[in-house]
Design a protein around this ligand. Structure first.
Ligand SMILES: [Zn+2]
Length: 282
């Protein structure tokens, strides 16, 4: 697909938000369906134009982590996160280089604008039982790194709720722990809130079959909420056939405000304040 035609198909920008918010989790190094990644300056400008003035760029393999460390030096709108993704950990373990991959992540994490260790966690959907041991080892290592460095932890949890909560309890969670793209139900949301974790909601809250998720959102207090795109994935309704991008977050924020029955400015203020509480100032 040429740049021109992909731009032609991109969704129209939504109405700008009344107050600025943060995209807590985006992948500017990844193109949709294996295509070219977005132009970083354009993606940041398009987001800013609708009120998304700060972003957390997440690099979740070694190439992505190196990219993230470069971009945070170039763009003041970006803070960064680095990790070996749970679907990457078994590949590194099989190749015998998981420990050297961790060492590079730790070195990159020393950058003062890398404020997140993540995304780490467990994925029992895309990786089979043969990968569980490596995923759990790697998750435990990243939890420890977040605590040693004082950075926030962002967790990827796909079909692995029980083990994620168990391992966090066993290791002791870092002070700032975020469940990225939260996918649990009401009891899990309550458990996370009780433990002091933050819940980051994505475009999945707009999906028609996501009633359980909206119920979980509805019981989450404003001071525990974050919002993210996980772009280029998880495009909100009605644009699910298109690639996601940070400028589409207003759609998700308005849907969240509806579920929470709060006004949009109140939610924006909470999302912005919570982000700075977790990651520090931009
Ligand atoms: Zn992600």
């Amino acid at each position: 697909m040429t740049h021109h035609s992909s731009r032609g198909q991109a969704p129209e920008p939504p109405t700008p938000l009344p107050l600025p918010v943060v995209d807590n989790h985006t992948h500017l190094d990844i193109g949709r369906d294996g295509g070219a990644p977005p132009d970083v300056a354009e993606a940041i400008a398009a987001a800013r134009a609708v009120g998304v003035d700060r972003l957390v760029q997440i690099g979740c393999d070694l190439a992505g982590a190196r990219f993230t460390a470069e971009m945070i030096d170039q763009y003041a709108a970006l803070l960064g996160g680095v990790a070996i993704h749970p679907n990457e950990a078994p590949r590194h373990a099989a190749a015998g280089d998981l420990e050297s991959a961790w060492a590079e992540i730790e070195a990159l994490a020393a950058h003062p604008r890398i404020r997140v260790i993540g995304e780490t966690g467990l994925d029992y959907f895309r990786t089979g039982p043969e990968g569980v041991a490596a995923q759990q080892d790697s998750f435990r290592w990243h939890i420890d790194l977040a605590k040693r460095t004082g950075k926030a932890l962002q967790i990827h949890d796909r079909d692995s709720h029980e083990d994620v909560l168990r391992i966090l309890a066993e290791e002791g969670a870092p002070e700032k722990t975020v469940l990225h793209c939260f996918s649990g139900d009401v009891p899990m949301a309550r458990e996370c809130v009780e433990r002091g974790y933050y819940l980051s909601f994505s475009g999945t809250v707009t999906f028609k079959n996501a009633r359980t998720l909206r119920d979980a959102l509805a019981v989450t207090p404003l001071d525990r909420l974050l919002v993210e795109t996980d772009a280029p994935y998880l495009t909100p309704v009605p644009y699910r056939g298109s690639g996601n991008a940070p400028y589409l977050i207003p759609i998700t924020v308005r849907a969240m405000a509806g579920t929470l029955t709060v006004d949009v400015p109140t939610l924006c203020r909470a999302l912005s304040d919570n982000s700075e509480a977790v990651y520090g100032p931009w």
